[in-house]
Ligand binder design. Structure first.
Ligand code: SF4
Ligand code: SF4
Length: 107
């Protein structure tokens, strides 16, 4: 499940096509013409690829995997800023593990 934090989202500084909109491989993200907000139009079709999470320049998008991880109730959340994506894995016992993935732009 993708969630957009509208307090953080800057609407890609008024760009007509938003980065999250452009990068979604399923064309699931649109823009509300009334307030210029990006909206996930077809959340049921999201396959949790994290492309929008990683491409948002201000880390406004988080993703909670819609399927079970390791055990019932566990969750994995991702937020991204620049080249860094931070992941939080929360187990059924409430314990959290955090890790980061940094994309090497030379690759
Ligand atoms: S890429 Fe990020 S800042 Fe740009 S419109 Fe989407 S959520 Fe907002
Ligand atoms: S996680 Fe992937 S499929 Fe889902 S809305 Fe974002 S870019 Fe589209």
């Amino acid at each position: 499940m993708v969630k957009i934090d509208y307090k953080v989202c800057n609407r890609c500084e008024g760009a007509r096509e938003k980065r999250c909109q452009r990068i979604c491989p399923g064309d699931l993200i649109g823009v509300n013409p009334e307030d210029d907000r990006p909206v996930v139009l077809y959340p049921e079709d999201c396959w949790a690829c994290t492309a929008c999470v990683k491409d948002c320049p201000v880390a406004a998008i988080t993703l909670k995997l819609p399927f079970q991880v390791l055990d019932k109730g566990a969750s994995l959340r991702a937020t991204a800023k620049g080249r860094k994506t931070s992941w939080v894995l929360e187990g059924t016992d409430g314990k959290k593990e955090e890790f980061e993935i940094i994309v090497d732009s030379r690759q």
